[in-house]
Design a binder for this molecule. Sequence first.
Ligand SMILES: Nc1ncnc2c1ncn2[C@@H]1O[C@H](COP(=O)(O)OP(=O)(O)OP(=O)(O)O)[C@@H](O)[C@H]1O
Ligand SMILES: [Mg+2]
Length: 321
Amino acid sequence: MTQQDTILSLKRLQKTFTARRKGKTYAVRAVNDVSLDIRRGETLGIVGETGCGKTTIGRTIIRLTQADGGSAELDGKDIFTTDSRRMRELRLKVRMVFQDPYASLNPRRSIGDSVAETGDIHGVFKNRQDRDDRIAKTLTQVGLDPSFAARFPHQLSGGQRQRVGIARALLPTPELIIADEPVSALDVSIQAQVLNLLADLKEEMGLTLMFISHDLGVVAQISDRVAVMYMGNLVELADGPELFAAPRHPYTQLLIASVPRIDPVKRIAGGIEKGEPPSRFSDVTGCAFHDRCPMASDLCRSTRPELTDAGDGRKVACHHA
Ligand SMILES: Nc1ncnc2c1ncn2[C@@H]1O[C@H](COP(=O)(O)OP(=O)(O)OP(=O)(O)O)[C@@H](O)[C@H]1O
Ligand SMILES: [Mg+2]
């Protein structure tokens, strides 16, 4: 396994939603030209304010949302394929863990059946015994007793439900897990346990993790590299420690400055104090951040900066960084 081995490659990924407001139709650029490589075995954090497009990226990769531009490859092969055999393979190899484990579990389905669901759909079990064994093994992997298979979601705590959410993702032995705000709905005391579980599973199973969160403290704790998004754009990408020690993009600087102290145990959420993102209902010319940026120049108002190499594997999309 080399550092440079790319598992997932996004190129100029694009998704625009249409929204209606006061009788008018607007285009919302949820994901605007995002190019990003994820290295095999790493945890890549994706961070940014609410509405910046994090979830849309994840949903696009697992094809819950259809991209309207760009490409995505897993292990060098197209993700946006229509080949049914390949689509089945992708459903098993790339799995998502969702924010709200309660909403994503069917209340009338036993935990065992929920964990086995994707396996059932894709016929991965040899027989009944194999199915039972795989459910028990997966529950054990996420720190739950195999007897949980017979229980129902309402009998579980929030943390236990999220462990089930992780087990659902894990059962088909995926290569890549996209965890979308997996601890945001949990009590602070439970968050660290679930984060540790994800980190341990990643190591033990040789997984790659894409970790989506608006919470800088949590992202700092778990990520090897961090991608910062602003209004659909990827603005900075760097190794976690370097990004937090010396942010280069003015937006990353603002994001980090607005967190008094990065302490994931005490959990200080990364809220932005200074200014608000411009309305998503107007098209922005130039850099999306220009009207909040202290360094903005005419160039920033007219021309959108491309994400470019800034040395040491860091990438920044800023005319003045
Ligand atoms: N199905 C949809 N229809 C219309 N607009 C949508 C849809 N899904 C997302 N959007 C819009 O796209 C933008 C990006 O949304 P997205 O959910 O990807 O953001 P996010 O970064 O995950 O935010 P959060 O931190 O709140 O989860 C937002 O402006 C959102 O309102
Ligand atoms: Mg989201």
